[in-house]
Design a protein around this ligand. Structure first.
Ligand code: HEM
Length: 387
């Protein structure tokens, strides 16, 4: 189901929600799954211990028949209690306090990027000039990955998360694995301040993490750490450029930025599919999910559920901010505070420095990522008068 309007989930989601909180559907590969459409049910299921994230159980959704599209295993594909063991190794790097201390560096990067944009004549691609470099610089700094290698890992990540064939996905993961394998070895010899080195010192040397596990975790963080935020910076900037009234309000009262970022996350829900499988029979909201059944929580549908007042409106004054754009339960996004800081800094700096920035193409001509797992924009041409 593609999105016919870039500001709304696929149209069929409204019908599915009317049909019920859980609807049986047939996937493109002929296999069946449950689609979970409503807010309360998605939340209940995502925190249900009888629901699993382990790849072998998600075979219905895997690129290859045996359910193992790659042998790439990280805590995203583990269930509690094993999941918690690995996740806890990382949580201290992503706390509100830690992110607060990163804000000056994020701001400096945003300022430099906006300096370059403001000095340009003619239209600029905001994805290329702001969204991707900002998100990439932040995760590179955090992990200790050289920013100069971005062309390589951007291209491989893009293949890994687009609807590629099993072979293409596998090859992209292998390239990233080999790249980070080499980098981890270099950090083992000479650790720095990045997360990879910290994991070498605190976890690898004590035997809590194997080399392969550390490389896999690094691949995961590198991919999800830039694609997700970059997509939301592009989508959010587009929405805000089309709502100068909202930007004016935000300038008058910057305290509103935090709520505005949450509302942009809810409104766009760029990470939609939350894939799970039932470990045992689960009776939920009047439906029986059988052991082994595939289940997909539709975050974009849940975020437009009537749980939210006037759900299809973009409203930065919404008081209910518990959206599901970062998922819910044990796998809820570990990078959410970082992502929110990046988004807020990107938007604030953009509209402060270039107040009259507007899209340089009609909506229909913008290249939206209809073919990718994460929704976003491949490019966003903008124009402005030179400040
Ligand atoms: C706007 C940006 C972002 C969005 C919309 C987003 C969305 C999500 C969602 C929906 C999940 C849950 C997946 C599931 O339950 O199946 C998730 C998990 C995760 N996210 Fe994010 N994310 C963003 C930014 C980031 C950043 C910057 C990082 C930093 C490294 C990050 C790291 C992770 C990790 C490691 C997980 C897996 C957590 C676990 O399984 O315990 N994300 N994210």
């Amino acid at each position: 189901m593609a999105r016919t309007c870039p500001f709304s989930p696929p149209e069929r989601y409204t019908e599915l929600r009317a049909q019920g909180p859980l609807v049986k559907a047939t996937l493109w590969n002929g296999k069946e799954t449950w689609l979970v459409t409503r807010y309360d049910t998605v939340r209940k299921l995502l925190q249900d211990p009888r629901i699993s994230s382990e790849p072998p159980r998600l075979a219905t959704l895997a690129a290859s028949e045996d359910g193992q599209s790659t042998n790439f295993r990280t805590f995203v594909g583990m269930d509690p209690p094993e999941h918690g063991v690995y996740r806890r190794m990382l949580t201290s790097y992503f706390t509100v306090k830690r992110v607060q201390s990163m804000r000056p560096a994020i701001q400096r990067t945003a300022d430099e990027l906006l300096d370059r944009i403001a000095a340009t004549e003619g239209p600029v691609d905001l994805v290329e000039a702001l969204a991707m470099p900002l998100a990439t610089a932040v995760i590179c700094e955090l992990l200790g990955v050289p920013y100069d290698d971005r062309e390589f890992f951007h291209s491989r990540s893009a293949v890994a998360i687009q609807s590629s064939t099993a072979e293409e996905t596998m090859a992209a993961f292998m390239d990233l694995y080999q790249y980070l394998d080499k980098l981890v070895r270099a950090k083992e010899a000479e650790p720095d301040e990045g997360i990879i080195s910290r994991l070498v010192v605190d976890q690898l040397r004590s035997g809590a993490l194997t080399h392969e596990e550390l490389v896999n975790t690094s691949v995961l963080l590198l991919i999800v750490g830039h694609e997700t935020s970059a997509n939301m910076i592009g989508l959010g900037a587009l929405t805000l450029m089309r709502r100068p009234d909202v930007v004016a309000e935000l300038k008058a009262d910057p305290e509103l930025w935090s709520a505005a970022v949450d509302e942009l996350l809810r409104y766009h829900s760029s990470a939609d599919w939350l894939r799970r499988a039932a470990k045992e029979d689960i009776e939920i909201d009047g439906t029986l999910i059988k052991a082994g059944d595939s289940v997909i929580g539709l975050a974009a549908s849940a975020n437009r559920d009537e749980h939210f007042e006037n759900p299809d409106e973009f409203d930065i004054h919404r008081t209910e901010r518990h959206h599901l754009a970062f998922g819910y339960g044990p796998h809820q996004c570990i990078g959410q505070h970082l992502a929110k800081a990046e988004l807020e800094i990107a938007f604030r700096t953009l509209f402060d420095r270039i107040p009259d920035v507007v899209p340089a193409a009609e909506l229909d001509d913008l290249p939206f990522k209809h073919d990718a797992t994460l929704f976003g924009l491949y490019g966003l041409p903008v124009t402005f008068t030179r400040p």
